[in-house]
Ligand binder design. Structure first.
Ligand SMILES: NC(=O)c1ccc[n+]([C@@H]2O[C@H](COP(=O)([O-])OP(=O)(O)OC[C@H]3O[C@@H](n4cnc5c(N)ncnc54)[C@H](OP(=O)(O)O)[C@@H]3O)[C@@H](O)[C@H]2O)c1
Ligand SMILES: *[C@@H]1O[C@H](CO)[C@@H](O)[C@H](O)[C@H]1NC(C)=O
Length: 275
């Protein structure tokens, strides 16, 4: 049963989806070319040899947890740190060396040390208007993300990876897209050596949490022709693989913008460890 609030959310999500659909992929930045399997394997090996350290924000989320699993599966880093508002528990052996920093995002300056000494950072933080209200959404998706990026930069991070959204545009009238565009632009101003922005369409995953609105949107998308789905949706695991294939590849510029199509292309490699 959908209550009035849920119903409102469903309608809002459908409207939002339609807005996203209207936007083309024009103006997207350079997409790195997909290396063949052999090259990719070699790139991964070279990357591992560098013994780099990584932090992940939002590792408890739908995307973050798949990212963490894949990072551990590929054994890409010699140190993995999760930064979050609560400590996570893991059963599997593979997670035993994962470090965790529990921070108060409202007083992030007090936790600057958590952000020190990581070569690479991934940000998969985010909430929704439905969960946190408009103000809460801006607080998390803009303020927490930007402050984290600032502390990471100050802490020596060279490569910052931001999970944004298709249609992100700082001059959009739509709060969600406006905030996503604004935070992209502000993080860009920090001038990381390398800044990679991922703009996926609707993420396809099995959410445990019930989100009727997203479920309906997903149903809606899966009823569309395949070619439409390719433009506007992407499995979470593909986003994660695109992030990691991009990570080990030479950068195509200080800032890299990967739209949905580029993500599908870069993340479709099937030789990675099976999840
Ligand atoms: N879903 C989509 O179709 C879609 C499409 C394009 C882009 N995106 C973007 O992709 C990003 C990740 O999405 P997702 O679906 O993987 O996210 P998700 O499952 O909702 O996870 C969100 C993460 O952010 C953390 N978080 C949320 N509110 C917080 C708060 N107040 N303080 C501290 N941490 C907080 C959560 O931590 P806790 O576990 O502690 O709550 C969790 O780790 C978001 O920015 C989203 O906007 C999503
Ligand atoms: C990385 O660690 C390995 C094993 O500890 C070591 O052999 C190698 O020299 C290290 N590489 C760098 C670049 O520090």
């Amino acid at each position: 049963m959908l209550g009035p609030t849920a119903l409102g959310a469903v309608v809002a999500s459908l409207v939002a989806s339609m807005l996203l659909l209207q936007r083309g992929d024009e103006g997207s930045g350079a997409a790195p070319s997909m290396a063949d399997k052999e090259t990719l394997t070699k790139l991964r090996e070279d990357f591992k040899m560098q013994n780099k350290s990584v932090f992940i924000l939002g590792a408890s989320g739908e995307t973050g947890k798949v990212l963490l699993k894949e990072i551990l599966g590929q054994n890409l880093f010699s140190k993995v740190t999760l930064i979050g508002r609560r400590k996570l528990t893991f059963e599997e052996e593979a997670y035993k060396n994962v470090n965790q920093e529990v921070v108060d995002f409202e007083k992030l300056d007090d936790y600057a040390s958590a952000f020190q000494g990581h070569d690479v950072g991934f940000c998969c933080l985010g909430t929704t208007r439905g969960k946190a209200g408009a103000e809460g959404f801006v607080r998390v998706d803009r303020d927490y993300v930007l402050k984290s990026a600032e502390l990471a930069k100050a802490g020596g991070c060279k490569h910052f990876n931001l999970l944004s959204s298709k249609g992100a545009d700082k001059s959009s009238n739509f709060l969600y897209l406006q905030v996503k565009g604004e935070v992209e632009a502000k993080v860009e101003e920090l001038k990381f050596d390398r800044f990679s922005v991922f703009r996926p369409g609707v993420l396809l995953c099995d959410r445990q949490e019930s989100r009727p609105a997203e479920w309906l949107v997903r149903k809606f998308f899966s009823s569309l022709p395949e070619s439409w789905a390719r433009e506007h949706t992407v499995p979470v695991v593909t986003v994660v693989r695109a992030m990691l294939n991009n990570l080990v590849s030479p950068s195509s510029g200080q800032m890299e913008l990967l739209e949905n199509k580029a993500i599908l292309h870069l993340g479709k490699d099937s030789d990675g460890p099976k999840l």
